[in-house]
Design a protein around this ligand. Structure first.
Ligand code: CA
Length: 222
């Protein structure tokens, strides 16, 4: 999953970015509203974490602009304590949830998972595909009851495919949702990761879950 953080408090933005990357998310950061608006409109983010008080263009204006442009990406806004009107106008302008600063990182993660669930057809924090079980809260993966150890990037790819199960996902889409804007999109890295996951999940099992559709992409299907 790919996250856009729009936050002018650089130390806070960088801490969130680092924490999210450790969880396997790809993260882009904008430190002002103008850049934030541009990235919100142009990067394929799965969630936007949006501060309200921003230089150049404020968060409410960004929200209104992207919703007007038909961008439905879930938005989690960050507000200052006691800023009741920020919360109200944020929610009225199309924000999906909010967090009051300062917040616990675990709560941010849980709210992001909830937003991602709402945006997808997956309604539980545990995704089951055949005998493959993915716990999106703990990042534990099991097949036929046996634990499967994945790196954070392997996990991120598997989770993205699981959330989009039964859909053909091409390399570009997978790369765009797993890597930030600094990544070279021409790389074959997705194929490498698919092979690694396939070795860990499908090898030795009669039922293959990861399917290659030649010329089209990959699909996770039970
Ligand atoms: Ca701010």
């Amino acid at each position: 999953m790919r996250i856009l953080i729009v936050e002018d408090e650089k130390s806070l933005a960088d801490i969130i970015k680092k924490g999210l990357e450790e969880e396997g998310y790809a993260v882009d950061v904008a430190y002002d509203g103008e850049n934030g608006l541009f990235m919100a409109e142009n990067e394929p983010s799965d969630i936007i974490i949006l501060d309200i008080m921003l230089p150049i263009v404020d968060g409410i204006t960004i929200l209104k602009s992207i919703r007007k442009a038909g961008i439905k990406t879930p938005v989690l806004m960050l507000t200052a304590k006691d800023a009741v009107m920020d919360k109200v106008s944020g929610l009225d302008s199309g924000a999906d949830d909010y967090l009051i600063k300062p917040f616990h990182f675990e709560e941010l993660l849980a709210r992001m998972r909830a937003l991602l669930r709402r945006a997808s057809e997956v309604k539980s924090s545990v995704i089951e595909i055949g005998d493959l079980v993915i716990d999106t809260a703990s990042h534990q993966v099991r097949r036929s009851g046996g634990p499967i150890l994945l790196s954070s990037k392997e996990y991120a790819l598997l989770e993205y495919m699981a959330v989009n199960r039964d859909k053909v996902l091409n390399r570009t889409a997978l790369t765009e949702h797993l890597y930030d804007q600094n990544f070279d999109l021409d790389s074959n890295v997705i194929d490498v990761f698919i092979n690694r996951i396939r070795n860990k999940i499908d090898r030795g099992s009669k039922q293959k879950l990861i399917h290659t559709l030649r010329g089209a992409g990959y699909m996770l299907k039970g």
